[in-house]
Design a protein around this ligand. Structure first.
Ligand SMILES: Cc1cc2nc3c(=O)[nH]c(=O)nc-3n(C[C@H](O)[C@H](O)[C@H](O)COP(=O)(O)OP(=O)(O)OC[C@H]3O[C@@H](n4cnc5c(N)ncnc54)[C@H](O)[C@@H]3O)c2cc1C
Ligand SMILES: *[C@@H]1O[C@H](CO)[C@@H](O)[C@H](O)[C@H]1NC(C)=O
Ligand SMILES: *[C@@H]1O[C@H](CO)[C@@H](O)[C@H](O)[C@H]1NC(C)=O
Length: 533
């Protein structure tokens, strides 16, 4: 099918979601998944007086992609590790919890200012600091012009482009980052954040990034033996029954080891079936499984989700970010102030590129953390840990030729991509996806609602995104059941402005922000197709 035809088909198929079904004021709700977003959605429902719910979680624990794991005698984080976006104009709700409200997690502000003194050549030894500083400065300038360009694109209604196209276009890097040192600096600036290369990532939707723009430029590394997941426990503890002694959640509405395999939905309600053939019925279901899971057939929808929904799900990217922990019998790397992060400038982009020594976080543990992403992640997930250990130690021996680099004694390689309950680590915004398709990912389908990091209006990919998305998705449901505002509309695809599009106005919407709920319950109707200009 030619892309153009496909576009028209999608438009013709788009239904403004205005369910005509009758809604009980105090409905029964099933939440699929007990990660940050599912737990936060549950809390919002509970605050609105909707207490008849169950949370069905596939694994044996709450927390999802925030997950501590014992390694080398300490608890390290194999999932989310940083509270990202701190010390800005707005308070990051996760920072508010982590650094306060009685939790007071042990955190460390990450200092990336010394990379120029800690960048290793592919055959060993450090680059000259001034030389690296010059490269970083140039790449920063490219980024800045990129942000300006992203703004112009938006205002002139032009097409999006990849971050890499921008790098070429701004003229300072006609071939894109090319030398090992340019590649590793570029990797650090992009892949280390988005887990996909600049070739893939949308310029328009990541420059500037709301997380750092709104909440601040700083990131804080959580190294607390209770785990970063204690923020999820903290939210759950506000409305789920807790054992006063152990602090464990003992609420019967939270059901672990329940793998949802089928969701049947109609005008009258939903039926959810699990792996072991248990059946739950309710008025609504909120699905918080990751984008990666939605891209597989783990959960079967009956009837099938409409094509506009499926297409939006497959168009977005589930990226892979792998944190490999290595323990050594002794320390051979520099430590002390300004040495936390170091880079390896391989000729092969993304080959064991970003290293972190954790002496501050886990004193005396002799643990190093190296991060890989994307293709390297998928490659490494499929090989033995022993092979990965050999490769990583070989890289370290190259970096430190004069040092006696011993064999590592332990390794931890998380496998988020292979795990059928995650299928990746977080969503990344690829080129070719506009706000329009993105809003469709969140749009409810009848009585099936969606939440999760990948549905966050501004903060997809982050813990705070998951938290805020849970609140938002619950609000969409609450607005429908409590206020009879059941209409979910989506801003037109080619409408870059903040003004209502005509199709939109035709749907009797007061204004076109990203999504709207009408004041009247309306029957489903087709939005007039809007053709590309
Ligand atoms: C390696 C890694 C590093 C990260 N680093 C950071 C970071 O530093 N800072 C940051 O802010 N964010 C980071 N993130 C992203 C952050 O962890 C996520 O955005 C957030 O935790 C997602 O929460 P969620 O509720 O949307 O999804 P999840 O946590 O995935 O929750 C969904 C839940 O649904 C369950 N589930 C799936 N399928 C089914 C089914 N069929 N039936 C029942 N249950 C099901 C899953 O088991 C899971 O518990 C990182 C993520 C990873 C994996
Ligand atoms: C974290 O909390 C402590 C104690 O309340 C406070 O002194 C500190 O400023 C907070 N840090 C940030 C970055 O907000
Ligand atoms: C719910 O309705 C209120 C108006 O009553 C509106 O302000 C809010 O944005 C709606 N929430 C969502 C998530 O649509």
């Amino acid at each position: 099918m030619k892309p153009y035809t496909a576009i028209i088909l999608v438009f013709a198929a788009v239904v403004a979601q205005c369910p005509s079904h009758t809604t009980a004021a105090d409905p029964k709700v099933i939440i699929v998944g007990a990660g940050m977003s599912g737990i936060s959605a549950g809390k919002r429902l509970w605050e609105a007086g909707i207490t008849d719910f169950v949370i069905l979680e596939a694994t044996d624990r709450m927390g999802g992609r925030i997950h501590k794991s014992e390694f080398a005698g300490v608890n390290v984080e194999i999932g989310a590790n940083w509270v990202e976006g701190v010390n800005g104009d707005e308070m990051n709700p996760i920072w508010n919890m982590a650094n306060g409200t009685g939790l007071n997690l042990r955190t460390f502000r990450s200092d990336f200012d010394h990379l120029a003194s800690n960048t290793y050549k592919k055959d060993g030894g450090l680059y000259d600091k001034k030389f690296v500083e010059k490269i970083i400065k140039r790449m920063d300038e490219v980024e800045e012009s990129g942000s300006k360009l992203a703004g112009t694109l938006q205002n002139s209604g032009q097409q999006d482009m990849s971050v890499m196209s921008m790098q070429r276009l701004t003229g300072q890097m006609p071939t894109g980052p090319f030398t090992p040192i340019e590649m590793v600096v570029d990797y650090f600036q992009h892949d280390f954040e988005f887990a996909e290369p600049p070739r893939v990532t949308s310029l328009h939707n990541t420059h500037p990034l709301s997380t750092f723009n709104n909440f601040g430029k700083d990131v804080y590394f959580v190294a607390d033996q209770r785990g970063y997941e204690s923020v999820v426990h903290h939210v759950a503890g506000q409305y789920l029954e807790t054992d006063p002694e152990s602090g464990d959640i003992v609420d019967p509405r939270l059901k672990l080891n329940m793998v949802v395999r089928e969701i049947t939905y109609s005008h009258s309600g939903v039926t959810v079936r699990t792996d072991d053939d248990k059946v739950y019925r309710a008025d609504y279901v909120i699905v918080s499984a990751s984008l990666g899971v939605l891209q597989t057939d783990l959960i079967r929808f009956e009837p099938q989700l409409p094509s506009w929904k499926t297409m939006s799900i497959y168009q977005f990217d589930m990226a892979v970010y792998t944190k490999i922990f290595l323990k050594f019998p002794k320390r051979f790397w520099p430590d002390g102030p300004g040495t936390e992060f170091f880079l390896y400038a391989s000729g092969r982009r993304g080959y064991y590129p970003v290293w972190q020594q954790l002496e501050m976080q886990y004193p005396g543990s002799n643990v190093l953390l190296v991060t890989v992403t994307d293709d390297e992640s998928r490659r490494i997930e499929q090989q033995s840990d022993k092979q990965t250990m050999t490769e990583a130690v070989e890289v370290l021996r190259k970096m430190f030729p004069g040092k006696d680099v011993p064999e590592a004694t332990e390794i931890l390689v998380p496998r988020w991509w292979s795990n059928r309950f995650f299928k990746g680590t977080f969503s990344n915004w690829p080129i070719g996806v506009s706000r329009y398709e993105f809003d469709l990912i969140r749009a409810p389908v009848g009585r099936v609602y969606f939440t999760g990091e990948h549905t966050s209006e501004k903060y997809n990919g982050y813990v705070h995104g998951a938290y805020l998305a849970g609140i938002d998705s619950a609000d969409i449901l609450i607005n429908c059941t409590k206020k009879k505002m059941c209409c979910y509309n989506v801003k037109g695809k080619h409408d870059q402005s903040k003004e209502p599009s005509r199709a939109y106005a035709a749907a009797a919407q007061p204004s076109a922000v990203a999504r709207r709920i009408s004041d009247q319950p309306q029957p489903p109707r087709l939005l007039a197709p809007r053709l590309p200009r």
